[in-house]
Design a binder for this molecule. Structure first.
Ligand SMILES: NC(=O)c1ccc[n+]([C@@H]2O[C@H](COP(=O)([O-])OP(=O)(O)OC[C@H]3O[C@@H](n4cnc5c(N)ncnc54)[C@H](O)[C@@H]3O)[C@@H](O)[C@H]2O)c1
Length: 432
């Protein structure tokens, strides 16, 4: 590589993080090789299809086709001097992060002759970097650097988040490795937090845990609002304007889901307890979230009595809008609880495929079709199509026009004027 030339980048994992990382670095002018182990995923990408729903990503991949290669071969990815690890780290049965894909990447590294840097973007427990460093050294790969560079992107706005990050965290064992990774982000004009590897790993876990804490906090406030006649939407507005607190992640709802919060929360809890510390607050935050998903069932029962034989429509399946990701989505818990109560479940989502995850639900292609003859609807995901839905027509189609607005997305007065019994989260019934 000559001076001024951008280094080639290798990426392990063609999921949300790997594809966004690869596409964005290609956009920044790097040649990028993305390696995955799934032949169908690589074949799709090679033929120009994107195997997941993420705004702006298809355009970015298309625009940078010339600079992007997709491969099943380890050797192609390790031809790059900087290699990002973006493989999944799902939870194990014990709640610890499953690092088997990370270790496969490390173990499959060939005897690299040139100096290279392995950059960890996957979310891993604190201490992983130390272990990988020791494993590389033991294999005679001391010349392969290791850097922790956790990713903070959100699905649904992943490309924007990558290109306009609040900060980039770089945790390195040596200054030179840290500087090499920091240099990659120079075009982004962001703050780079340079840290030791363990602190970089902890920043990611702590940031996620804090966001979860804010959500569980406002959800508990919402529950108290319901019991006392206050409206959590107003409360959150008034609280969030305090500059010490800020407005973000103060929207009450039916709890978080997705591929990150649930697993990262439990992984941090386990990491603490494996280290001999009982992380009380995080335990409560997680428990509140579990209970919050289930409170919807109690609301339905308050309105409908027994749910046996009742038809309940879930509007939205994805854990949040603008993604087709249903990993750990609240919709899955809700559907499971509804089936257990003997209800018939219908579901609609514009992009998420619920057929496999929800075999007992009837999946409909259109929200009005899903509401036909239903006894209740639960708004699960804030899809814009729901804001634009003809709710008057929806009320006419339903046997019983009851809406549990699990995201406080809609205007209660408008819904009531459309003929609905409206019940949100933490909103005093009848007052708003
Ligand atoms: N999805 C998010 O919003 C997000 C945000 C920040 C951080 N993260 C973290 O980033 C990591 C990746 O998350 P994701 O959502 O992109 O996961 P994902 O499940 O969407 O993708 C992971 C990909 O890695 C591939 N893979 C598995 N083993 C491999 C190997 N040995 N070599 C190459 N590829 C391999 C899988 O086939 C899969 O395509 C996780 O640790 C996650 O916690 C995710």
């Amino acid at each position: 590589m000559s001076a001024g030339e951008k280094p080639k980048i290798g990426v392990f994992g063609a999921g949300w993080v790997g594809l966004v990382t690869g596409a964005c670095f290609a956009e920044l002018g790097h040649e990028v090789v993305v390696r995955d182990v799934l032949p169908e995923r690589i074949a799709a990408l090679e033929s120009g299809r994107v195997p997941l729903h993420e705004p702006e990503l298809p355009e970015l991949l298309e625009r940078n086709r010339e600079r992007l290669t997709f491969t099943l071969e380890v050797d192609d990815a390790v031809s790059a001097p900087i290699m990002f690890v973006c493989v999944g780290t799902p939870p194990t049965y014990s709640g610890d992060a499953d690092l088997s894909a990370v270790w496969t990447v490390v173990d499959q590294l060939p005897e690299l002759e040139e100096r290279a840097i392995l950059v960890m973007k996957s979310t891993v427990p604190v201490g992983t970097g130390e272990k990988v460093r020791a494993a590389l050294d033991a294999r005679g790969l001391a010349h392969v650097g290791y850097v922790s560079n956790p990713e903070f992107l959100s699905e649904g706005s992943a490309v924007r988040d990558f290109m306009h990050p609040d900060r980039v965290v770089v945790g390195a064992f040596t200054e030179a490795d840290g500087a090499a990774v920091t240099a990659l982000y120079e075009p982004l004009e962001t703050t780079v937090v340079q840290a030791d590897v363990a602190s970089a790993e902890m920043i990611k876990l702590a940031a996620n845990a804090f966001l979860m804490t804010r959500i569980s906090f406002i959800n508990e406030i919402a529950n108290v609002c319901e019991a006392t006649g206050a409206d959590v939407v107003k409360v959150a507005e008034g609280v969030g304007l305090d500059h010490r607190l800020g407005p973000h992640f103060l929207r009450a709802g039916i709890g978080w889901g997705g591929s990150c919060f649930p697993k990262d929360g439990v992984a941090l809890k386990q990491l603490a307890s494996n280290s001999g510390y009982h992380f009380q607050l995080l335990n409560a935050v997680i428990e509140v979230n579990e209970l919050q998903k289930r409170r919807v069932i109690q609301k339905l029962q308050r309105h409908l009595g027994s749910l046996r034989g009742k038809t309940v429509t879930l509007l939205g399946l994805a854990f949040k809008p603008n993604t087709d990701d249903i990993r750990e989505a609240p919709s899955l818990v809700l559907a499971g609880r509804l089936v257990a109560e003997g209800a018939e479940v219908r579901a609609w989502d514009p992009v998420a495929d619920g057929a496999v995850a929800l075999p007992r639900a009837k999946i409909c292609a259109d929200p009005l079709e899903a509401l036909e003859g239903a006894d209740a609807a639960v708004l699960v995901t804030e899809w814009h199509q729901l804001a634009e839905l003809d709710w008057r027509e929806a009320a006419k189609r339903m046997r019983n026009p009851l809406l549990i607005d699990g995201r406080n997305m809609l205007d209660p007065a408008e819904l009531r004027a459309s003929g609905f019994t409206y019940d949100g989260i933490g909103r005093a019934a009848g007052l708003v």
